[in-house]
Design a protein around this ligand. Structure first.
Ligand code: AMP
Length: 187
């Protein structure tokens, strides 16, 4: 079982590239953002709590996310691997993931970090906002999400650099070009 983290700022293409990875490698997909949006749609207690953070572009607290991730991971049927998309977003989340995977006899094998300049992120997210119906794809919240990424999420890169699993991926160009760079790493 391979465990891969796809990482990067909002709008860097994590979801798009995850779809291509799933198609080629047959991995299961865990997107904490998708799980949270499902909880919001179902109007659960977790969804209601999470929404108070998501609508302002802030991170949902680590304890809620880590509990939710453990449940999601337990539900995953045996596949070739798992791709974590939008998780971990803080160093405590990265540490919790490592503990959870160690219990399953694994660890993160590869961390793919999509690198995209800020102006391009804003352009992509504004464009996505025209059709995504996501309450957080508007300029004010986009700016907040990028700031939160730089302050709270970017340090996660150091965790994986120390682990020796970090791979920077140039995240601009065509979707297929970017995927080609990912395939070079995943083999
Ligand atoms: P995403 O779909 O990954 O862009 O996530 C949308 C929003 O959900 C984020 O802006 C956060 O508010 C929340 N969220 C998703 N994943 C996490 C996570 N791992 N930790 C904290 N908040 C998260």
């Amino acid at each position: 079982m391979k465990y891969v983290v796809i990482f990067g700022p909002p709008g860097s293409g994590k979801g798009t590239q995850s779809d291509k990875i799933i198609e080629k490698y047959g991995y299961a997909h865990i997107s904490t953002g998708d799980v949270l949006r499902d909880e919001i749609s179902a109007n659960t207690e977790l969804g209601q709590k999470a929404n108070t953070f998501i609508k302002d572009g802030q991170l949902v607290p680590d304890d809620l996310i880590i509990k939710m991730l453990a449940v999601t991971l337990d539900d995953i049927k045996a596949k070739n691997g798992v791709i974590f998309d939008g998780f971990p977003r803080t160093t405590p989340q990265a540490e919790a993931l490592q503990t959870m995977l160690k219990k399953r006899g694994g660890d993160v094998d590869t961390m793919l970090s999509l690198e995209v300049p800020k102006e391009e992120l804003v352009t992509r997210l504004i464009e996505r906002g025209k059709s995504s119906n996501r309450a957080d794809d508007n300029l004010k919240v986009i700016e907040a999400r990028i700031l939160v990424y730089n302050e709270q999420t970017a340090p996660v890169m150091d965790f994986y650099k120390k682990e020796g699993t970090f791979h920077g991926i140039k995240g601009i160009g065509s979707i297929d070009d970017i995927f080609g760079r990912i395939v070079e790493v995943l083999g």
